[in-house]
Design a protein around this ligand. Structure first.
Ligand code: LIP
Length: 278
């Protein structure tokens, strides 16, 4: 089902995403001050999930269901629901979970209202409204399709830099030894082409940093739809573009690139020979 994407609906969705992400962010911050409980691990012993991840996801899912019964859910910690409205919420209750565990103030609640769009991203969905909230810094990144991107209500735009050698590039690494070895090999080839790199530890926050120009561009191998859904809309509504490994592949899990057009295409050119078997 394709919903009627009126401006009124899109603005309703971004307000809901903003309100719920703020409430969830304040909750996880309060839980952190009470002490972090690691509840388990996923793809490896260092891919942890905390009780806060799980409780925040339950809170977010319940709030969305109360406000918009019939919308779908696709959340990192396992909540899923089919959509009867054409809208599916893609949720990362804590993006940057390891930062959360260590008390590094770079973790976000990412909530995105998405619609089916096979051309947009690797998961065949496209966000039309999103909020990415960093409760440690009280930074609310929000975006609504066609209405631009904002940080705490102020419009944001990517860097105007066009030279990779002058650019600060963000990336990230996976939770398995094999993937980190591949990512380290790729980075060793790329890093001489950059001003410097930053490994912040949250894809959603990386994408928002691109959106507001704190980072020139971002790439990462292996992120998931809940990692990118909200931040990608913030980045593109701010004026950045997203790319995959080559012209026929949208940004997604094998490879996600975001940045101003000149830098994103230069990154894609450099990454292609290094990742085409990846
Ligand atoms: C994180 C991503 C980050 C990646 C980390 C991790 P999580 O998500 O946002 O980009 O480098 O390894 O996957 O696990 O904190 O939700």
């Amino acid at each position: 089902m394709t919903p009627d994407l009126s401006p009124a609906l899109i603005l309703e969705l971004v307000d809901l995403a903003t309100d719920i992400s703020r409430e969830a962010g304040e909750e996880i911050l309060a839980l952190r001050s009470a002490g972090v409980t690691v509840a388990g691990s996923k793809s490896s012993a260092v891919d942890v999930v905390t009780e806060a991840d799980r409780s925040a996801e339950e809170m977010i899912v319940a709030a969305i269901a109360a406000a918009r019964p019939g919308d779908g859910i696709f959340a990192e910690e396992g909540n899923t629901a089919e959509s009867t409205t054409g809208i599916t919420w893609v949720i990362d209750p804590i993006d940057g979970t390891v930062n959360y565990v260590y008390g590094i103030p770079a973790f976000c609640v990412s909530i995105a209202a998405t619609v089916a769009d096979p051309q947009a991203y690797g998961d065949g969905r496209r966000a039309i409204a999103a909020a990415v909230f960093n409760p440690s810094t009280n930074e609310m990144f929000s975006a609504a399709e066609g209405f631009g991107a904002h940080l705490n209500g102020e419009p944001i735009h990517p860097s105007h830099e066009t030279q990779l050698e002058q650019s600060l590039i963000a990336t990230g690494f996976g939770y398995t030894r094999e993937r980190r070895a591949l990512q380290g090999r790729i980075l060793s080839v790329l890093i001489p082409h950059f001003r410097d790199i930053r490994r912040i530890g949250s894809a959603a926050y990386d994408l928002c940093m691109v959106a507001c120009g704190r980072i020139e561009a971002y790439y990462e191998i292996g992120i998931q739809p809940w990692d990118w859904a909200g931040g990608a809309l913030v980045a593109t509504e701010a004026g950045a573009i997203t790319l995959g490994a080559h012209a026929d592949q949208p940004a997604g899990t094998p490879l996600f690139i975001a940045g101003p057009p000149e830098l994103a295409t230069q990154l894609q050119t450099l990454l292609y020979p290094l990742t085409r078997e990846g």
